[in-house]
Design a protein around this ligand. Sequence first.
Ligand SMILES: [Zn+2]
Ligand SMILES: [Zn+2]
Ligand SMILES: [Zn+2]
Length: 201
Amino acid sequence: MREEMRTFGYLCPKCGKPVMAARSIFALEASNAEVACSCGETALRAIFDGERYQIYVPCGICGETHMAVCEPERVLRGATALGCAKTKQFCCFIGPEGTVEKNLRELSILAEKEKRQEDEGREAFLDNVIMYEVLSELKDIAARPGGVTCTCGSSRYGMEIRRSSVDLVCRDCGAKLRIPAATDRDLDDLCCHLKLVIPGK
Ligand SMILES: [Zn+2]
Ligand SMILES: [Zn+2]
Ligand SMILES: [Zn+2]
């Protein structure tokens, strides 16, 4: 008879790789088990005290290590998932290889997507300090009477904030004035304007 195996899977919080390995039920009942990532930085540990398993999972979602206490039934039969204490998302899967592989792949795609969004969020502006200064200068100019006007006669406008510039858009004729917000020079240029005029129709 082939020995019955259980697969453990988690997402390495250090290198981001999905980590998967199988252990025989015989081995899991006899001693502690460890499943380590190939980067050598993290490892999942299952410690059996004769009654219950304490499972330590390096969490690929929040980066911490979570501990779950599981009945042997849960670890050795069926399929189960352990959740991240912080985000409530599943961060560890135990069960038949196919099930673990499928869930782990989904988790890895999700984590990648979240990371990408984080990166994009962080780099929303070419230079955060300059953008902040430009926006506060624009606020000062706009606060002056007739600070922002359009040559069409309107003084109603909207603001579109981009990565390295701010567009002032006339609400009446749709004309645009682009204020660059990427360098110190841009900031200096803006500061010499008491008023801004959108070149309208
Ligand atoms: Zn790793
Ligand atoms: Zn977590
Ligand atoms: Zn206008």
